[in-house]
Ligand binder design. Structure first.
Ligand code: FAD
Ligand code: FES
Length: 262
């Protein structure tokens, strides 16, 4: 482990040295972190790859942005430089950028800690020649994380807070609603991560304005490797009729918004 910094009360940024994981990683993929060698907590915890760390243009490591939720993340926040962690990854299927045409406007939408996989995505979009619109929401200004990092990449995120302490007062889906209404007919694709109710709303907003959406789901996971079936979600097949159960850890975590049965 390289470095761990507290970036807001209850939120941490962990930097890990791993040229192997960093060079293979794509935006939207995650790692499984085994936090403690003991049996408590027994299971590893899934965490998105937040950004890659480069040295002389080579990927040498990656960061994880996380919120302390329970025992695992609390123990993780107590780790210090020099201590080791067992990390498996990169895992899952991330955001798909292959079908996006050059005239498309990517719209990146993050709610709360759902911002975690979106910085890496924004960097990748910029690298490929798109300038995404970025919409970020949180409970309060204090929980609007990493704005500087988006800004230093040349992006100007539109922000909302539920208590009105920064940006528009309300939810990030309110921001998205106004954005889509102002730009009716835009040829775009929505990329989002956040709590389930937010993602369900984003999927219906994108559909209403005729846009495709790619949503990163944060299902609870046990193995992260496709073996336990503990993370399945209901997905429509391509014809939109048949149901299938798909594993968030292996077929996801990113799914097309229209395919998810909420
Ligand atoms: C693919 C994926 C990527 C993720 N990326 C990140 C990330 O980058 N940063 C980050 O902070 N978190 C991320 N998460 C969520 C993170 O894995 C959980 O917050 C973590 O496992 C909680 O572990 P814990 O032991 O601290 O909490 P636990 O003691 O296991 O749980 C504490 C509380 O948190 C709730 N909780 C646990 N897991 C989740 C979850 N997946 N979604 C919503 N609520 C949950 C529980 O219901 C409980 O109320 C991701 C989850 C997935 C599936
Ligand atoms: S977490 Fe075990 S199958 Fe997905």
């Amino acid at each position: 482990m390289q470095k761990q910094e507290s970036i807001a009360p209850g939120y941490w940024l962990l930097s890990l040295h791993s040229p192997q994981i960093a060079s293979a990683a794509a935006p939207g993929q995650f790692v499984m972190l085994k936090i403690d060698k003991s049996f408590d907590p027994l299971l590893p915890r899934p965490m998105s790859i937040h950004s890659v760390i480069k040295e002389d243009n080579n990927r040498i490591g990656f960061t994880i942005l996380y919120k302390v939720m329970g025992k695992g993340t609390r123990l993780l926040s107590e780790k210090r430089s020099g201590e080791s962690l067992v990390v498996i990854g990169p895992l899952g299927k991330g955001f798909n950028l292959n079908h996006i045409s050059s005239g498309c406007e990517p719209i990146v939408v993050g709610g709360g800690i759902g911002i975690a996989p979106l910085l890496f995505l924004a960097h990748k979009l910029l690298e490929r020649g798109w300038t995404p619109s970025v919409l970020l929401g949180a409970n309060s200004q204090q929980e609007l994380l990493r704005l500087d990092e988006f800004e230093s990449s040349g992006l100007i995120p539109k922000v909302s807070t539920e208590d009105g302490s920064k940006g528009v007062k309300g939810m990030v889906t309110d921001l998205l609603g106004s954005y889509l209404e102002d730009r009716k007919g835009v040829h775009g694709e929505v990329f989002a991560c956040g709590p389930s109710p937010m993602l369900e709303k984003v999927a219906s907003q994108a559909k209403e304005y005729g846009l495709n959406s790619q949503l990163s789901l944060e299902q609870r996971m046990a193995c992260g490797l496709g073996a336990c079936l503990g993370c399945v979600v209901r997905i429509r097949d391509k014809e939109g009729s048949q149901l299938s159960f798909q594993r968030v850890c292996t077929e996801g975590p990113v799914f097309n918004g229209e395919d998810i049965i909420w």
